[in-house]
Design a protein around this ligand. Structure first.
Ligand code: PLP
Length: 369
């Protein structure tokens, strides 16, 4: 695709995104924050949920607009087609794939499956935790394992923490909120150690940004291995709610049986968008390139301001506010920038999502001022 055409498509995507901002781009807490200060929603720079500031892709937007016309029908056939295309990405079939309304729905389903026998789940602290409240309610205890000194998942300690009652281990790689990844060999060793006799739920929501190692090639070997992925990040479709789990066909069947309805998950419109997104490799390239530029710029800004940070292979950065004179969330809020927040108790470490290059330039100039 010509560069000019690509730029035009991106400009279209960005303008469509800013038009829609006022409709649904805020959580209720963010809306209260904005309204309390009289800030026009369109002036808000939201760097809180690792959303893609460039998407969805132009092809996905067009496909979703067209698909509105078939919303009167259930999406049975489409479900199979999307699963087939997703499976093919890693050499699997449609029977290796279950779709969800975002990968979060499926993290919940995996917990339900694990909780059929009461016990515990082992995970890092901090990690992506939104599924944990529900998992506790259905009877799973959580055993949390601190990160290493370099803020990596401590794979050895996680394995050592498993006991006879461990039903599931959750590993987010690259980890949210720290942006770190293990090596391919470390991950493969971990799978062999854990997935032998327990469910291993691998959350690979961010692997695309830097082609981080995946363990999807081990699915055929391990019936207990679940790989969760999402269209919410590099594909820019967080609000469309499309995610999936890759696993062996029998495992997929067991997971589906934990769901109330076999055709649950994303709508016809969202699935059509996801299919189009898979064909738009130029857009994914552009997202990665822009993310790398904006993240480099932000990290250089942190370095100049004397703020320690963890090198990230994702669309967010984890950094330590401690040596910096001001509270960074308050400083950013003076320019209507929200999202810098802590994930560890009594910690000065914060996560900020990477926005567009101009948004991160704004962040950096505030840090330097
Ligand atoms: C690691 C991780 N897993 C899963 C999700 C949820 O993604 P989805 O929008 O597909 O539910 C997120 C969202 O931020 C995430 O960071």
């Amino acid at each position: 695709m010509q560069r000019r055409q690509l730029l035009r498509q991106t400009a279209l995507a960005v303008s469509a995104f800013s038009l829609s901002r006022e409709l649904f781009a805020m959580t209720p807490a963010e809306r209260r924050w904005v309204e309390g200060r009289g800030i026009p929603p369109a002036d808000l720079i939201k760097l809180s949920s690792n959303e893609n500031p460039h998407g969805p892709s132009p092809l996905a937007r067009k496909a979703m607009a067209d698909a509105v016309n078939i919303s009167n029908r259930y999406q049975w056939d489409m479900n199979g087609v999307l699963r087939e295309r997703i499976g093919a990405l890693s050499g699997h079939s449609k029977d290796n794939v279950i779709l969800g309304a975002g990968s979060s729905e499926l993290l919940g389903l995996a917990c339900t499956w694990a909780a059929l026998r009461k016990g515990n789940v082992v995970a890092s602290e901090p990690t992506f935790k939104l599924w944990m409240t529900a998992s506790r309610r259905i009877g799973l205890q959580t055993k949390l394992v601190p990160l290493t000194a370099t803020k990596h998942n401590d794979l050895q300690r996680m394995a050592d923490t498993m006991d006879a009652d461990t039903r599931m281990v959750y590993l987010c790689n690259p980890n949210n909120p720290t942006g770190t990844t293990a090596t391919k060999t470390e991950l493969e060793d971990f799978v062999r150690k854990v997935a032998k006799d327990r469910i291993l739920l691998m959350d690979e929501a961010y692997t695309e940004y830097y082609d981080s190692p995946s363990v999807s090639h081990l699915v055929n070997e391990f019936p207990n291995l679940l790989i969760a992925k999402t269209f919410s990040k590099v594909f820019g479709m967080a609000g469309a709610r499309v995610g999936y789990i890759l696993a062996q066909p029998d495992t997929i069947k067991k997971l589906s049986e934990c769901s109330a309805w076999a055709n649950a998950g994303p709508s016809a419109v969202s699935m059509t968008g996801a299919m189009a997104a898979l064909t738009d490799s130029d857009f994914v390239k552009l997202v990665k390139r822009e993310n790398h530029k904006a993240k480099e710029l932000f990290c250089q800004g942190l370095e100049k301001a004397g703020i320690p940070y963890i090198p990230s292979v994702t669309s967010f950065v984890y950094f330590d506010n401690q040596p910096y004179a001001k509270k960074i969330p308050e400083l950013l809020a003076t320019a209507n920038i929200i999202g810098a927040r802590a994930f560890e108790d009594k910690s000065t470490w914060l996560r900020l999502s990477v926005g567009t290059v101009p948004e991160m330039q704004k962040v950096v100039s505030l840090l330097q001022a």
